[in-house]
Ligand binder design. Structure first.
Ligand code: CUA
Length: 518
């Protein structure tokens, strides 16, 4: 009975939602640009516009190059980026010294020879990409006055137009005659992309979001073919059953007819037609499956590590992130494994769902056809926070970003330059979010799955065996490598080991961050 119930439900749903089984079209490769730059949904749309993503992004590279200090130039290869990192490790004081920020973070540039990436025409909260040029035009009677020293330079009088360049990430506070507290937030251009609303629901149908994977059409076709056949045969068979039950029901005065012994025409029909259907399903299913599991030889390879409850994507130059960034119009191959339990990598717009298994590597690949920000989830129940896997402090979930041409390379270069240039505690804060420490450890004093990072540094903390240990640098390092070596009471033994996954500089960063919270 169960399949019938399921089909009935499916048919009812299909009728109710009007599925379009013929709609498996290749996605157009356009580079449309939705306006999305405000932090506040209530801000009127025309106030802030993102004029030209390309200009913003190339500008971000430019600013990295222009910054003083020994940080590797954007575009440096993995070797030199790694060299810069290990150089900084050599002396313990070294990382802080070269990262001295420029005196002024916000500088004014001439509007003539800069293409502004954003325009602001009022005292509004805005999010912009750091390194980009922002054209600020104030109407009569509205001015912007910086609130603190860190926001120096953010000063535009009423009726004035200025082009400002935000050299660093940060929240820059201002006040105005029309707004008491305002902020312009500068974040990395690629973080602007991950903060975007996911586009999965644009242009899909009830069954599936619109595919942006070149090879997805075949599997979509199979899905709709099986669905259509199921619906057709459900009605054909159920209808025949109902018809025969009524027509040949037992009535007084009717003798049962003898069963037919043989009917060649009928038997050939019900053998040949289903055989053709099955051969069709097998042939297309098999060839599609072979294509889905065989990546092209020249794919961009990205390592995926999953654990409770985060993703870590490692790119060819060593850049690591908890969001997946990929290039457009290029095959991408994922090499995946898990630290703890079964997880499953699922990107609905790519039609890719693959289990991730501890102590084993699994693979999947796709060919993104359209730049955008898309959904990425874990599709295997992996514990309490399964549904929250990859969630960030701001409540945003890990996403899949398909970059416009050239964007992926820029992302790798900028990201590598940035993580090598950060002071230790800021690097530690970044890792705290990017490595998913925040899933279990808070920084506000409350206990979650693990103890909080706040206050404890330098104090004696109790251990499960009844003894006490001083929470110092050695204890943090040991707990990162061997989490259960000195476990604290009241917390489940669920922390994975980070042995071999953190560079020394990164371990020192995490220690510095925890230290900064005491
Ligand atoms: Cu990881 Cu569910």
């Amino acid at each position: 009975m169960k399949p019938i119930i399921r089909y009935t439900a499916m048919v009812a749903l299909a009728v109710a939602f009007g599925s379009q089984p013929a709609g498996a079209q290749p996605a157009p490769q356009t580079a449309e640009q939705p306006a999305q730059t405000t932090t506040n949904g209530a801000v009127p749309a025309p106030t802030v516009q993102q004029a030209d993503k390309g200009a913003a992004s190339s500008d971000a590279v430019g600013s990295n190059n222009a910054q003083p200090g020994p940080q590797p130039a954007a575009g440096s290869d993995a070797g030199s980026a790694a060299a810069a990192g290990s150089g900084a490790e050599a002396g313990s004081a070294a990382p802080a010294a070269p990262a001295a920020p420029p005196k002024q973070t916000i500088i004014e540039v001439a509007c003539d020879n800069a293409t502004p990436a954003y325009t602001i025409t009022g005292a509004v909260d805005t999010q912009v990409a750091s390194g980009s040029v922002v054209k600020v035009t104030m109407p009569a009677g509205v001015d912007i006055i910086p609130d603190n020293a860190a926001s120096a330079g953010l000063e535009v009088a009423a009726g004035q137009t200025k082009c400002l360049k935000f050299n660093e990430d940060g929240v820059f506070l201002f006040h105005s005659s029309t707004k008491q507290h305002g902020a312009i937030t500068a974040i990395a251009w690629y973080d602007m992309l991950v903060n975007k609303q996911v586009e999965d629901l644009k242009g899909g149908n009830f069954w599936m979001p619109k595919a942006v994977n070149l090879t997805a059409d075949d599997s979509d076709l199979m899905y709709y073919a099986v669905l259509g056949l199921s619906i057709f045969f459900f009605f054909a068979i159920a209808g025949a059953v109902v018809y025969f039950v009524i027509k040949y029901r037992h009535r007084p005065g009717h003798k049962p007819e003898p069963s037919a012994a043989h009917n060649d025409a009928l038997e050939i029909t019900w053998t040949v037609i289903p055989t053709i259907i099955c051969v069709f399903l097998f042939y297309y299913g098999w060839t599609t499956y072979v294509r889905v599991v065989t990546p092209p030889t020249k794919a961009v390879e990205i390592n995926v590590l999953a654990w409770r409850w985060n993703w870590q994507f490692t790119h060819s130059n060593g850049v690591q992130d908890s969001d997946l960034h990929v290039p457009v119009n290029t095959p991408v191959r994922l090499v995946m494994t898990s630290k703890d339990v079964l997880h499953s990598f699922y990107a609905p717009v790519m039609r890719v769902k693959q289990d991730i298994i501890p102590r084993r590597y699994t693979y999947s690949w796709f060919f993104p056809t359209k730049p955008g920000t898309y959904r990425l989830t874990c599709a295997e129940y992996c514990g309490t926070n399964h549904s929250q896997m990859g969630i960030t402090n701001e409540g945003r979930r890990a996403v899949l970003v398909v970059h416009e041409p050239g964007g992926y390379e820029r992302y790798l270069a900028d990201k590598a330059a940035k993580s090598n240039a950060l002071p230790p505690d800021q690097l530690g804060k970044l890792l705290y979010e990017k490595k998913g420490c925040n899933a279990c450890h808070t920084v506000d004093g409350t206990a979650r799955v693990g103890p909080t990072f706040q206050h404890d540094f330098g104090t004696m903390v109790p251990l499960s065996d009844g003894s006490q240990v001083k929470m110092d640098e050695s204890y943090i390092r040991e707990s990162l490598m061997y989490p259960q070596a000195k476990a604290r009471p009241g917390y489940p033994p669920s922390m994975p080991s980070f042995e071999g996954q953190l560079k020394d500089r990164e371990i020192e960063g995490i220690i510095a961050y925890i230290k900064s919270l005491k």
